[in-house]
Design a protein around this ligand. Structure first.
Ligand code: CAA
Length: 272
């Protein structure tokens, strides 16, 4: 059953941000809901995504991000790049009026719509059909796992627009595919198809479009089968592993295992 979230983010605010949020027990599903413009993204959407991340209850163990209709997301709403565009919405073009500090602070706020998906409290999954372009690709990369339909294409379009990817996608891309391939993908702004995305480590799997929901359900079941603490501790360990030296990592493994032993002992003790 899909339950109403009771989130402090009102349905009106979610609708204004063109997002849908459903929380069903351990699983939260966020849908970018602007199919008529291929789920093009806005600052309002990013600010609301960050608020959703801050609000999500502790029971949530998996966050699914998807797009309404046949495409995940065509990236930034390009009408917001032009002065006067965007129907009164917060415009990316207005960043030009800011001094350096305010520019950095504002883009930092936009980025928070993406970074929360790395929170070890849950595993995040991007379910990608059709295009994931620019901010759309970066949103998918912000998720721990990318599950692709076989028609999915990923494109880091920013360079073609004279910009850089600044919505936190560069690090997970390098982590996934390595520096050289990441540079080639970003600098050429080419399309990466679903099969290649799996082969080079962007996506974990590519399945026929009509099998995407079933594969997603299977993955969610598998991710929620272990005790929540085991998955959370494991995610925290793996997430920082490449940035740590071996001694630090093995110390963190020991400490995490100590917490696991204590929780398991408490659970077993409670059963006797
Ligand atoms: N912003 C605003 N409107 C968009 C949009 C976008 N990013 N992408 C699509 N739309 C609109 C189109 O203008 C069109 O509107 P109308 O019906 O009013 O003409 C509608 O959505 C449908 O678009 P298409 O007919 O092009 O749909 P398609 O399915 O044939 O193609 C697509 C889909 C390949 C995504 C194509 O629309 C496209 O290339 N869009 C632009 C992608 C883009 O350049 N995104 C910006 C990337 S850069 C970034 O995101 C990060 C950054 O910070 C700069």
């Amino acid at each position: 059953m899909t339950t109403d979230t009771g989130a402090p983010i009102s349905p009106d605010r979610l609708a204004a941000a063109r997002l849908r949020l459903e929380v069903d027990g351990a699983v939260a599903t966020i849908t970018l809901d602007r199919p008529e413009v291929r789920n093009a993204q806005t600052p309002t959407m990013w600010r609301t995504l960050a608020e959703i991340g801050a609000w999500l209850p502790d029971e949530v163990r998996v966050v699914v991000v998807r797009g309404a209709g046949a495409t995940f997301s065509a990236g930034l709403d390009r009408t917001l790049l032009t002065p006067g565009g965007g129907d009164g919405q917060e415009r990316v073009a207005d960043l030009l009026t800011l001094d350096e500090e305010a520019f950095s602070r504002t883009v930092g706020e936009y980025q928070e719509g993406f970074t929360w998906l790395r929170d070890p409290r849950f595993v995040s999954i991007a379910a990608v059909r059709g295009h994931a372009i620019g901010a759309g690709f970066q949103l998918a990369l912000s998720c721990d796992l990318v599950l692709a339909a076989d028609d999915a294409t990923f494109c880091m379009k920013e360079a073609a627009l004279g910009l850089v990817p600044d919505l936190t996608g560069t690090k997970p891309l390098v982590d996934a595919v390595g520096y050289s391939r990441a540079l080639e993908i970003c600098a050429t702004a080419r399309n990466v198809g679903a099969e290649e995305a799996v082969r080079i480590g962007i996506a974990i799997d590519a399945v026929p479009g009509d099998a995407l929901d079933a594969r997603l359900a299977q993955l969610v079941t598998a991710l929620t089968a272990p005790l929540p603490g085991a998955v959370r501790e494991t995610k925290a360990l793996l997430l920082g592993a490449t940035d740590r030296d071996l001694d630090t990592q093995r110390r963190l493994e020991r400490e995490a295992q100590g917490r696991r032993f204590r929780e398991l002992a408490a659970l077993l003790g409670g059963q006797q």
